[in-house]
Ligand binder design. Structure first.
Ligand code: ZN
Length: 441
């Protein structure tokens, strides 16, 4: 574990009751002071990351759960090791991924997971996550019939969504349980298949796969926009697109506008051949997305954070699912897509809030943990090349490797999982180590 010197961290608490009480570690980490990339990710730091990574990997393989979803279950860890196996002919991580997938597959067949409480199958909280990984593993194993079967199953879900008739108020559009989360699965699949050599071996079916994915992604983007516009008009929302989840109009990443807008932009980018063609094909959608992001930006609080919804101005959560981190990720996406610096202004004040309150006491997962918040800094670095954001990501990652910090963290319900637990930290450390390798190439 990393030896964290010179800092006396403590979980924030004060006699004056604050809404953030107990949620973050008061860290006093040194601010960025013109360190270079090599200063930040120096050999010593990389060694600490590698050592921690090796320990964590064997730990998460001990997971014992009947949950096969990506968010907190076996498919999440299968996805993690799949991602780690890419680009380096890494048989070991691939074997782990396949093993976890096979376990997930059996659970799926037995329907042993918790009873489905939602109508849409999504990438993070539904069968689609497992099925997308199944597609990739079948292709890698050259089991083309299995691939066809799984692919058709995934695309078949779109019929029910696109052909909704009558009252659709029970359908949600957010990422975790809604149509946006189904779109996320198709986007993941399309991006993964773009780099898949074995798809070439399917000759005729390759064309079908690419065309059907493009077609369904396009239809879903339009469908989500139409539904958001209808709902916005119906409730006279100041945002041109609005959605509701469990009766609340959220603006964050997991259940609200930021997550949905991120997927709409990804979908539009993936099916377009050039920026000109995209602007032609999705002219109306792009105008509505821009207007919606203006609304999201207008919700920013004086601290730089964002409330979970406009109606509730409480400045409480600073995590991917609710608050600044998830919205920063969409702001940097907008900056890249619209090539407009205006998105960097709210991003800057939000990232200052994230640095101050983002070392969360809830653990190291991606959803409401330190790794998710470190990834937010990394997303700013990747889109803007702003080295101070890399510094902040690495400081948060180092904190997760420090026993002094780690012992202050609460143990989440699913401590080994990708979105709540150590799986998220493995992904973060792996990405930082890969970043260093690429930088030196
Ligand atoms: Zn969360």
């Amino acid at each position: 574990m990393y030896n964290f010197t010179g800092i006396t961290p403590k979980v924030n608490s004060s006699s004056k009751k604050s809404p953030r009480e107990g949620r973050y570690i008061d860290h006093h980490l040194p601010s960025y002071n013109n360190e270079s990339f090599d200063d930040i990710l120096n050999d010593k730091v990389i060694q600490i990351f590698q050592k921690t990574l090796a320990t964590l990997e064997s730990e998460v393989l001990q997971i014992n759960t009947k949950d096969y979803y990506v968010y907190t279950g076996l498919s999440g860890l299968s996805l993690l090791f799949w991602n780690m196996s890419l680009g380096q002919e890494d048989q070991n991580h691939y074997r782990m991924s396949k093993h976890l997938y096979e376990q997930s597959y059996l659970l799926w067949q037995q329907k042993a997971t918790r009873a489905s409480k939602k109508s849409i199958s999504t990438f993070l909280e539904g069968d689609i996550g497992l099925q997308c990984i199944g597609c990739l593993i079948s292709l890698r194993e050259e089991k083309f019939e299995d691939f066809r079967e799984m692919f058709n199953l995934i695309l078949g879900v779109s019929n029910g969504i696109l052909n909704q008739v009558g009252n659709s108020s029970s359908v949600s559009y957010e990422l975790l349980y809604g149509v946006g989360g189904y779109l996320q699965g198709l986007i993941f699949l399309k991006k993964s298949l773009n780099n898949c050599v074995n798809l070439e071996k399917m000759a005729d079916f390759k064309v079908v796969v690419v065309e059907r994915l493009n077609q369904v992604i396009t239809l879903l983007v339009r469908h989500i926009v139409v539904k958001g516009q209808e709902f916005s008009l119906g409730c006279q929302s100041p945002s041109p697109l609005m959605y509701e989840w469990h009766g609340s109009k959220y603006i964050g990443a997991a259940h609200g506008l930021a997550g949905i807008i991120y997927m709409l932009i990804e979908g539009i980018t993936l099916v377009g051949t050039s920026m000109d063609s995209i602007e032609q094909q999705f002219k109306e959608e792009i105008t509505l997305i821009k207007g919606t992001m203006d609304f999201v930006i207008s919700c920013q609080l004086a601290s730089g954070n964002f409330p979970s919804r406009k109606e509730n101005q409480e400045d409480r959560l600073v995590q991917w699912c609710h608050g600044a981190p998830g919205i920063i990720t969409t702001l940097t996406k907008c900056y890249q897509f619209f090539r407009d610096d205006k998105y960097l202004v709210p991003c800057k004040s939000a990232s200052e809030c994230l640095w101050k309150y983002g070392l969360l006491s809830k653990g190291v997962g991606l959803c409401h943990g330190i790794s998710g918040n470190a990834f937010t800094f990394l997303s700013i670095f990747q889109k803007t090349k702003n080295i101070s954001s890399l510094y902040q990501a690495v400081e948060f990652a180092k904190s997760c490797c420090s026993p002094q910090i780690f012992e202050l963290l609460h143990i989440p319900d699913n401590p080994l999982s990708l979105f709540e637990g150590k799986g998220g930290l493995i992904w973060l450390l792996h990405c930082l180590i890969q970043l260093k390798k690429k930088w030196n190439e």
